[in-house]
Structure formats: C-alpha cells, structure tokens
Write a new protein. Structure first.
Length: 329
C-alpha cells in the first residue's frame, strides 16, 4: 500500500511529495525528493535521514551515481547514511573519557556507525531543492550513547552540486566526545557493465590495520601501494580496501570516462579523516569524517591525531560535504 501526502509550503508556491511505503519488506520509508534540472536526491527522514538514491540527468536519462537502495536487486538499505555521534567503529564498544569508563551495546562487533542511522528524524524545513531534518536523542529510550545529544542535517541541491551539512550538539551537562561522518556508496558502473572507474584523493597518512577489523593498530603512516590514491588510478574490485585515512585535504574525485561523468568532493576543514571501502561488489564507498575509527580511545594521543573533539554542554560541531557533478568528453 502506498500513501501519498501532499504538503503545501509556507514560503513558495510549490508542492512536495512525501511517499510512505514498505521497501523490500524491511522498513517503512518516507521518500522526500529534492531535485533540479540536473540532479535528484531521494531522502528518507524515517530511516536516519539517509539518502535512498542519487541521480544525475544526462542525455534525457537518469544515471544512478549512487546505487538506488529502493530496488530489490540492491543489497543496501541506503545509498548514503549518516554516522553520528561518532564515525565508524569503537573497539569493543568501550572507551574512557574524562576518567570515566563507558560501555556501549554491540561491543562484540565494535559498536559501529554511531546511533542515528535507523531512527526517525523530524523534517524541519522542506522545499523542492532542500530538506532539513532533526534528531533528538531524548525522544528515544534505547539510544546507544552516554550523553543526550541532538543533530541536524541540511541537504540541498544547487546547479550541479549536492551539499550536506551536519550539526551535532551536546545536550548534556558534562563534556562529550564528538564526531561524525557520511557513508556514501557509489555505483561501480554507471552506463555500461564493467566500465572502469578512477579515484583520486590526498591524505597525510593512513592508519595501519594489521588485524583487518577496521580498528587502527597504530599511528598513521604515509600511504603506499594499493592505499595510495594521491595520483588518480583505476579501482580494481578484486583489490580489497577498507582503511581509515588521516590528514585528508577535503578534496578528491571519481571519474567514469566511458560515461563521461566526474564526481568531485569539497569538504570543510573539520573533515580531517576519510574511510575508503572497496569491496568486490557493484559499489564502493568514499566516506568523509571528522574523526578516526576508534578515535575516542586515542583522544589524548597527539601522534594518533584522532579528530575526536570534546563538546562542552550546549556546544556544537558542524561540518559540510559537497558532491559536484561534471560532464566530460
């Protein structure tokens, strides 16, 4: 059953469609589409304010830059999700902050990807090319974080750019360790099967991972070999990568020359880290973040450069991440 709600905007003579339905028998989706003549993003406020699909319009066709998670053939629950109030993993789900020990749930799997990505967010503002969603942890009984917090995500489309801005606030009465990140997936092939895709980005270092569990096993080292993307190179799905990088300069790109499409990044300085994930799947992930994997357990380690910050009561952390689409010949 599909329920269609038409919401009239206060400030513009526009209407926005919000579609609620069962997707793949898993969760109820509220699809909010933001778009212009070139780009289209589908957001789901009821499931972590995640992006369900992201398309570019070229030659009268819609091309899935991110894999459309609404399709039955897609194994993903979202095309891109938010990791708040920490990015990636915390080893065994345990950490000490300001001399107090904390144990999170799901410690056996190294508590992962924050605790807002499956929760319902509230729509604060909406129009044809913008949506702002809000999350308040005090509205939930089972939030897996010791401090009360709130978060806002602002998605907008302008010209050939899709922008996202996250703001995280400590609503507690003691300092809180804080960080967040984005987890966008990208289609390995856009317009033809097995087409090549090239990637480039620059960082100061990459954290070693001798246990291959996405928990850094030492301080960052200069990227080399398969982990060095300072010069553009073709991705090989058979070469597995799942590593966290430090000293990210906030830029980089992906290029599909056969499809004539280039995707460029522009991240604010707070995004000092990124995770690059290259599985043997029809997708890969290029994830900007403010903190390192397991960063909270290295908060006082200046050499590790964790990126985790301490927010005072009422203090906020904000960062932005933009995707620019260009057509090339």
């Amino acid at each position: 059953m599909i329920m269609l709600i038409i919401k009239k905007l206060k400030s513009k003579s526009l209407y926005t469609e919000i579609i609620s339905k069962k997707l793949k028998g898993k969760v109820t989706m509220s699809e909010v589409t933001t778009s212009n003549e070139l780009l289209k993003a589908v957001i789901n406020p009821d499931y972590g304010a995640a992006v369900l699909a992201f398309y570019v319009k070229k030659d009268k066709k819609e091309i899935a830059i991110m894999p459309d998670s609404r399709k039955d053939s897609n194994s993903l629950d979202a095309s891109s999700f938010l990791m708040i109030p920490y990015s990636n993993r915390i080893e065994d789900g345990t950490f000490t902050f300001n001399e107090k020990n904390h144990q999170l749930k799901n410690g056996k799997n190294h508590s992962i990807h924050g605790d807002t990505r499956k929760s319902k967010w509230i729509i604060e503002e909406i129009n044809q090319d913008r949506i702002i969603c809000y999350f308040d942890s005090s509205k939930y009984k089972d939030v897996n974080w010791p401090w009360p917090f709130s978060a806002e995500v602002d998605y907008s489309i302008s010209g050939n750019t899709f922008k996202s801005r996250i703001t995280l606030k400590n609503n507690g009465d003691t300092p809180m360790p804080a960080g967040f990140g984005w987890h966008p997936y990208y289609s390995r092939s856009l317009t033809k099967e097995n087409e090549p895709v090239f990637v480039q980005f620059e960082t100061e270092g990459v954290y070693p991972d001798i246990n291959e569990n996405c928990i850094p096993s030492g301080n960052p080292e200069k990227p080399f070999g398969k982990l060095d993307f300072s010069i553009e190179k073709q991705l090989d799905p058979k070469v597995h990568i799942d590593n966290c990088y430090q000293g990210y300069n906030g830029k980089g790109h992906m290029l599909w020359p056969d499809s004539g499409i280039k995707v460029s990044y522009e991240c604010s300085p707070e995004c000092s880290h990124l995770i690059f994930f290259n599985p043997d799947d029809p997708f890969f992930a290029f994830e900007p973040a403010t903190n390192a994997n397991n960063g909270v357990n290295h908060f006082n380690d200046e050499v590790f450069k964790c990126g985790t910050v301490s927010l005072k009561p009422g203090e906020k952390l904000s960062a932005s991440f933009s995707i620019k689409i260009d057509f090339i010949s």
